[in-house]
Design a protein around this ligand. Structure first.
Ligand SMILES: N[C@@H](CCC(=O)N[C@@H](CS)C(=O)NCC(=O)O)C(=O)O
Length: 220
Protein backbone atom coordinates (compact mmCIF):
# COMPACT_ATOMS: atom_id res chain seq x y z
CA UNK A 1 0.00 0.00 0.00
CA UNK A 2 1.20 3.48 -0.86
CA UNK A 3 1.11 6.16 1.84
CA UNK A 4 1.29 9.85 0.97
CA UNK A 5 2.26 12.09 3.88
CA UNK A 6 1.16 15.70 3.70
CA UNK A 7 -2.02 17.73 3.70
CA UNK A 8 -3.29 17.58 0.11
CA UNK A 9 -5.35 20.73 0.68
CA UNK A 10 -2.51 22.99 1.83
CA UNK A 11 0.87 21.64 0.76
CA UNK A 12 2.81 20.37 -2.23
CA UNK A 13 1.32 16.97 -1.42
CA UNK A 14 -1.46 18.17 -3.76
CA UNK A 15 0.91 17.53 -6.68
CA UNK A 16 1.36 13.89 -5.73
CA UNK A 17 -2.33 13.50 -4.99
CA UNK A 18 -2.99 14.72 -8.55
CA UNK A 19 -0.58 12.12 -9.94
CA UNK A 20 -2.07 9.32 -7.81
CA UNK A 21 -5.55 10.25 -9.02
CA UNK A 22 -4.39 10.31 -12.66
CA UNK A 23 -2.98 6.81 -12.21
CA UNK A 24 -6.03 5.66 -10.29
CA UNK A 25 -4.33 3.60 -7.61
CA UNK A 26 -5.39 3.27 -4.00
CA UNK A 27 -3.34 5.08 -1.41
CA UNK A 28 -3.56 6.21 2.17
CA UNK A 29 -3.14 9.89 2.97
CA UNK A 30 -1.62 10.99 6.29
CA UNK A 31 -2.32 14.74 6.37
CA UNK A 32 0.24 15.63 9.09
CA UNK A 33 -1.27 19.00 9.85
CA UNK A 34 1.89 20.51 11.27
CA UNK A 35 2.50 24.20 11.02
CA UNK A 36 5.79 25.76 9.84
CA UNK A 37 8.21 25.82 12.73
CA UNK A 38 6.14 23.39 14.78
CA UNK A 39 7.56 20.19 16.23
CA UNK A 40 7.24 17.35 13.72
CA UNK A 41 6.12 13.89 14.80
CA UNK A 42 9.16 11.72 15.61
CA UNK A 43 7.85 8.84 13.49
CA UNK A 44 7.64 11.18 10.49
CA UNK A 45 11.17 12.52 11.07
CA UNK A 46 12.42 8.94 11.22
CA UNK A 47 11.01 8.42 7.73
CA UNK A 48 12.12 11.78 6.35
CA UNK A 49 14.77 13.59 8.39
CA UNK A 50 14.27 16.52 6.02
CA UNK A 51 10.92 16.90 7.79
CA UNK A 52 8.94 18.11 4.78
CA UNK A 53 5.82 17.13 2.91
CA UNK A 54 5.10 15.46 0.67
CA UNK A 55 6.77 12.19 1.57
CA UNK A 56 5.77 8.93 -0.04
CA UNK A 57 6.16 5.40 1.24
CA UNK A 58 5.76 2.52 -1.17
CA UNK A 59 6.85 -0.72 0.46
CA UNK A 60 10.49 -0.26 1.54
CA UNK A 61 10.91 2.86 -0.56
CA UNK A 62 10.63 6.23 1.13
CA UNK A 63 10.80 9.24 -1.18
CA UNK A 64 10.58 12.97 -0.75
CA UNK A 65 10.58 15.89 -3.21
CA UNK A 66 7.16 16.21 -4.82
CA UNK A 67 8.32 16.20 -8.44
CA UNK A 68 10.66 13.22 -7.92
CA UNK A 69 7.79 11.33 -6.27
CA UNK A 70 5.65 12.03 -9.34
CA UNK A 71 8.35 10.87 -11.76
CA UNK A 72 8.65 7.63 -9.78
CA UNK A 73 4.89 7.06 -9.67
CA UNK A 74 4.51 7.76 -13.39
CA UNK A 75 7.32 5.44 -14.37
CA UNK A 76 6.30 2.62 -12.05
CA UNK A 77 2.51 2.75 -12.28
CA UNK A 78 1.53 5.45 -14.78
CA UNK A 79 1.51 3.70 -18.16
CA UNK A 80 1.42 6.41 -20.83
CA UNK A 81 1.90 9.11 -18.17
CA UNK A 82 5.40 7.77 -17.66
CA UNK A 83 8.39 7.53 -19.99
CA UNK A 84 8.24 5.12 -22.92
CA UNK A 85 11.96 5.49 -23.71
CA UNK A 86 15.16 6.79 -22.07
CA UNK A 87 14.81 9.94 -24.17
CA UNK A 88 11.31 10.59 -22.82
CA UNK A 89 12.53 9.96 -19.29
CA UNK A 90 15.36 12.46 -19.78
CA UNK A 91 12.90 15.10 -21.04
CA UNK A 92 10.53 14.49 -18.12
CA UNK A 93 13.44 15.04 -15.74
CA UNK A 94 14.60 18.10 -17.65
CA UNK A 95 11.21 19.81 -17.47
CA UNK A 96 10.71 18.85 -13.82
CA UNK A 97 14.11 20.22 -12.79
CA UNK A 98 13.48 23.25 -14.98
CA UNK A 99 10.20 24.17 -13.31
CA UNK A 100 11.64 23.57 -9.84
CA UNK A 101 14.77 25.63 -10.40
CA UNK A 102 13.71 28.31 -12.90
CA UNK A 103 10.05 28.94 -12.12
CA UNK A 104 8.93 27.79 -8.67
CA UNK A 105 10.80 30.21 -6.45
CA UNK A 106 10.01 33.51 -8.24
CA UNK A 107 6.43 32.38 -8.91
CA UNK A 108 5.74 31.44 -5.28
CA UNK A 109 7.46 34.59 -4.13
CA UNK A 110 5.16 36.66 -6.34
CA UNK A 111 2.11 34.79 -5.05
CA UNK A 112 3.30 35.25 -1.47
CA UNK A 113 3.96 38.96 -1.89
CA UNK A 114 0.56 39.55 -3.50
CA UNK A 115 -1.33 37.45 -0.93
CA UNK A 116 0.74 37.56 2.25
CA UNK A 117 2.07 41.02 2.66
CA UNK A 118 -0.05 43.81 3.97
CA UNK A 119 -1.09 46.04 1.05
CA UNK A 120 0.93 48.98 2.40
CA UNK A 121 4.13 47.00 2.71
CA UNK A 122 6.22 47.89 -0.34
CA UNK A 123 7.57 44.92 -2.24
CA UNK A 124 7.90 46.51 -5.66
CA UNK A 125 11.57 45.71 -5.99
CA UNK A 126 11.13 42.01 -5.13
CA UNK A 127 8.17 41.79 -7.49
CA UNK A 128 10.13 43.35 -10.35
CA UNK A 129 13.03 40.91 -9.84
CA UNK A 130 10.68 37.92 -9.67
CA UNK A 131 8.81 38.99 -12.82
CA UNK A 132 12.10 39.48 -14.67
CA UNK A 133 13.22 35.98 -13.63
CA UNK A 134 9.94 34.49 -14.89
CA UNK A 135 9.92 36.12 -18.27
CA UNK A 136 12.58 33.91 -19.87
CA UNK A 137 11.18 30.54 -18.69
CA UNK A 138 7.64 31.60 -19.65
CA UNK A 139 8.91 32.56 -23.13
CA UNK A 140 10.77 29.25 -23.42
CA UNK A 141 7.66 27.22 -22.60
CA UNK A 142 5.55 29.39 -24.90
CA UNK A 143 7.94 28.73 -27.75
CA UNK A 144 8.12 25.01 -26.97
CA UNK A 145 4.33 24.71 -27.08
CA UNK A 146 3.93 26.50 -30.41
CA UNK A 147 3.79 23.25 -32.35
CA UNK A 148 2.76 20.69 -29.71
CA UNK A 149 -0.27 20.18 -27.49
CA UNK A 150 1.76 18.85 -24.57
CA UNK A 151 5.35 19.11 -23.38
CA UNK A 152 6.45 15.80 -24.88
CA UNK A 153 4.23 16.08 -27.94
CA UNK A 154 0.72 14.77 -28.33
CA UNK A 155 -0.01 13.15 -24.97
CA UNK A 156 -0.31 14.38 -21.37
CA UNK A 157 2.58 13.04 -19.27
CA UNK A 158 4.30 13.46 -15.92
CA UNK A 159 6.21 16.38 -17.47
CA UNK A 160 2.95 18.30 -18.00
CA UNK A 161 1.66 17.40 -14.57
CA UNK A 162 4.82 18.50 -12.77
CA UNK A 163 5.12 21.74 -14.69
CA UNK A 164 1.39 22.58 -14.45
CA UNK A 165 1.30 21.75 -10.73
CA UNK A 166 3.82 24.54 -10.18
CA UNK A 167 2.37 26.90 -12.79
CA UNK A 168 -1.09 26.76 -11.24
CA UNK A 169 0.14 29.58 -9.02
CA UNK A 170 0.06 32.00 -11.98
CA UNK A 171 -3.50 33.29 -11.34
CA UNK A 172 -2.86 33.36 -7.58
CA UNK A 173 0.25 35.43 -8.26
CA UNK A 174 -1.95 37.68 -10.42
CA UNK A 175 0.45 37.49 -13.35
CA UNK A 176 -1.00 38.48 -16.69
CA UNK A 177 -0.02 35.73 -19.13
CA UNK A 178 -2.48 36.71 -21.86
CA UNK A 179 0.36 37.20 -24.34
CA UNK A 180 1.62 33.66 -23.70
CA UNK A 181 -1.28 32.13 -25.60
CA UNK A 182 0.09 28.62 -26.12
CA UNK A 183 1.24 28.32 -22.50
CA UNK A 184 -2.12 29.62 -21.26
CA UNK A 185 -4.07 27.17 -23.42
CA UNK A 186 -1.84 24.28 -22.32
CA UNK A 187 -2.17 25.21 -18.61
CA UNK A 188 -5.95 25.40 -18.88
CA UNK A 189 -6.06 22.00 -20.59
CA UNK A 190 -3.93 20.45 -17.84
CA UNK A 191 -5.91 22.01 -14.99
CA UNK A 192 -9.22 20.98 -16.57
CA UNK A 193 -8.35 17.29 -16.26
CA UNK A 194 -10.76 15.48 -13.92
CA UNK A 195 -7.94 14.31 -11.64
CA UNK A 196 -6.69 17.89 -11.26
CA UNK A 197 -10.18 19.15 -10.50
CA UNK A 198 -10.62 16.33 -8.01
CA UNK A 199 -7.59 17.29 -5.95
CA UNK A 200 -8.89 18.78 -2.75
CA UNK A 201 -6.49 21.64 -2.67
CA UNK A 202 -7.08 25.05 -4.01
CA UNK A 203 -8.23 22.69 -6.74
CA UNK A 204 -5.44 24.16 -8.83
CA UNK A 205 -8.08 26.33 -10.45
CA UNK A 206 -9.58 28.44 -7.75
CA UNK A 207 -7.34 31.29 -6.66
CA UNK A 208 -6.69 30.98 -2.96
CA UNK A 209 -8.64 33.61 -1.04
CA UNK A 210 -6.37 36.35 0.19
CA UNK A 211 -7.43 35.55 3.72
CA UNK A 212 -5.86 32.10 3.50
CA UNK A 213 -2.43 33.36 4.38
CA UNK A 214 -1.56 30.23 6.28
CA UNK A 215 -1.71 28.27 3.02
CA UNK A 216 1.14 30.26 1.56
CA UNK A 217 3.08 30.06 4.77
CA UNK A 218 3.16 26.31 4.12
CA UNK A 219 4.38 26.68 0.56
CA UNK A 220 7.16 29.25 0.70
N1 LIG B 1 10.99 20.95 -2.77
C1 LIG B 1 10.13 20.29 -1.84
C2 LIG B 1 9.51 21.34 -0.92
C3 LIG B 1 8.80 20.68 0.24
C4 LIG B 1 8.21 21.72 1.18
O1 LIG B 1 8.74 22.83 1.39
N2 LIG B 1 7.08 21.34 1.78
C5 LIG B 1 6.40 22.21 2.71
C6 LIG B 1 4.91 22.08 2.49
S1 LIG B 1 4.43 22.60 0.88
C7 LIG B 1 6.65 21.74 4.14
O2 LIG B 1 6.72 20.56 4.42
N3 LIG B 1 6.72 22.73 5.05
C8 LIG B 1 6.85 22.47 6.44
C9 LIG B 1 8.21 22.80 6.96
O3 LIG B 1 9.04 23.33 6.21
O4 LIG B 1 8.46 22.54 8.12
C10 LIG B 1 9.05 19.50 -2.61
O5 LIG B 1 8.73 19.90 -3.74
O6 LIG B 1 8.56 18.48 -2.12
Amino acid sequence: MITLYGDVTKTRANRCSWMLKEIGIDYVNEPLAFRPGAEKPAAFLALNPNGKCPTLQDGDLVLYESLAINLYLAKRYGGALGPQSPEEEALMMQWSFWVATEVEKPLLLTAAIRHLFEPKQPADEELAIAMKRLSRPFSALEQHLQDRDFILGDRFTAADLNVAAVMHFIPIAEIDVSTFTAMKRWLETCLDRPAAIDVQSVNFRVPTPKSSRDIFAMFV
